[in-house]
Design a protein. Structure first.
Length: 117
């Protein structure tokens, strides 16, 4: 599975961005998808997860109520709508796919988000 993330950029604190992640594969609708981020000098952080067979999305506490993950199976794309951005949200954002239930083993190249104060 190949993943291509896009939509990152520079935004002021309080602003919004929407990230997109386009995936290859004919069975995208059965992939579990996730969003993660990694700031310089920090470990990769889980943000949100969408399981194809569940009706709800799980979020990290740090982004719950500010970030919303959605997916469009017809376009093989997942999105991450990010609102009320804070400088501490600055990081490289990754999407990931779990194609067989064994974990997130496919990763995109990341898209940079920078939030200025």
């Amino acid at each position: 599975v190949q993943l291509q993330a896009s939509g990152g950029g520079l935004v002021q604190a309080g602003g919004s961005l929407r990230l997109s992640c386009a995936a290859s594969g004919r069975t995208f609708s059965t992939y579990h998808m996730g969003w993660f981020r990694q700031a310089p000098g920090k470990v990769r952080e889980f943000l949100a997860r969408s399981r194809w067979n569940e009706g709800r999305t799980m979020y990290a506490t740090s982004v719950k109520d500010r970030f919303t993950m959605s997916r469009d199976n017809a376009k093989n794309t997942v999105y991450l709508q990010m609102n009320s951005l804070k400088p501490e949200d600055t990081a490289l954002y990754f999407c990931a796919a779990d194609t067989d239930g064994s974990g997130f083993t496919s990763w995109g190249q990341g898209t940079q988000v920078t939030v200025s104060s």
